[in-house]
Design a binder for this molecule. Structure first.
Ligand code: COA
Length: 181
C-alpha cells in the first residue's frame, strides 16, 4: 500500500507499525525517492551503496524505517575513533511529525553507546531548526560553525553530545524511549 492510499485509509495505517531494520541495497531505490525530495543535493545510489558496504565492514551503521512493506525513513552513523557521526537522517514528508525520526535516532544513539563510543556529533543546516530541536532532545549542543558547508552557501552548525557512555546518558535515552512508547 502506498503512502497516499494509506493516508486515504487511516485504519490501514494503524494496523501497520513503524519498524526499524538494517539498510540493504534493495532499499536504496525507495530511499532515493525520499532523498531526492528533501535534499537540494541528494546522495546518489552509489553513495548509499558504498555506505551499505562500509556498514558490512563495521565502519558504518545504517537503518531504514518501514511502514508495512514501504520504506518511509532512513538514517545512519559513521564511526570515527571515539565518536560516532550522524551522517543522514530523513523521514518522508507525508509521515513526518509522528516521532519516527526520534525513534531512529534513539536506535542509532543506542548503537553508538553499545559499541563503546563516548560522543556523538553531526552537522546540520543553520536554518534547519526542526532537526536541531530533535538533536537537543538527545543532548546535542552547538559547538561551532562550518562556514558555507552546504552548496558552498549555507553554514553548518556542528553539534556534539559527550559522555554518552555515562549512566546519565543511558537514563536520558531510556526516558526518550519511555516517552515514545
Ligand atoms: C528533521 C526530520 C528528520 C524530523 O523527522 P520527524 O519524523 O518529523 O521528527 P519527529 O516526529 O521524530 O520529531 C522529533 C522532534 O523533532 C523536532 N521537530 C521535528 N519536526 C519539526 C518541525 N517541523 N518543527 C519543529 N520541530 C520539529 C521536534 O522537537 C520533535 O519533537 P516533538 O514532537 O516532541 O516536538 C524531518 O523533518 C526530515 O526528514 N527533514 C528533512 C531532512 C533533514 O532535515 N534531516 C536532518 C539533516 S541534519
Amino acid at each position: 500500500m502506498s503512502i497516499v492510499s494509506r493516508l486515504l485509509n487511516p485504519s490501514a495505517e494503524a494496523s501497520e507499525s513503524f519498524e526499524i531494520v538494517p539498510m540493504r541495497r534493495r532499499h536504496v531505490k525507495s530511499i532515493l525517492t525520499i532523498e531526492e525530495r528533501i535534499h537540494p543535493k541528494p546522495w546518489t545510489a552509489g553513495v548509499f551503496n558504498s555506505e551499505i558496504d562500509l556498514a558490512r565492514r563495521g565502519e558504518r551503521h545504517y537503518v531504514v524505517g518501514t511502514l508495512g512493506s514501504e520504506v518511509v525513513a532512513y538514517g545512519g552513523l559513521m564511526f570515527a575513533v571515539d565518536e560516532a557521526h550522524v551522517t543522514n537522517i530523513a523521514v518522508a514528508p507525508e509521515v513526518q511529525r509522528r516521532g519516527f525520526a526520534r525513534r531512529m535516532l534513539l536506535r542509532l544513539a543506542n548503537v553508538a553507546v553499545e559499541r563503546g563510543f563516548t560522543a556523538l556529533t553531526l552537522e546540520v543546516r543553520v536554518s534547519n531548526t526542526a532537526a536541531q530541536a530533535m538533536y537537543r532532545q538527545f543532548g546535542f549542543a552547538p559547538a561551532g560553525i562550518r562556514q558555507r558547508y552546504y552548496e558552498n552557501t549555507e553554514d553548518a552548525l556542528v553539534m556534539w553530545v559527550h559522555d554518552i557512555d555515562s549512566p546519565e546518558y543511558r537514563a536520558r535515552l531510556n526516558a526518550i524511549a519511555e516517552d515514545d512508547r
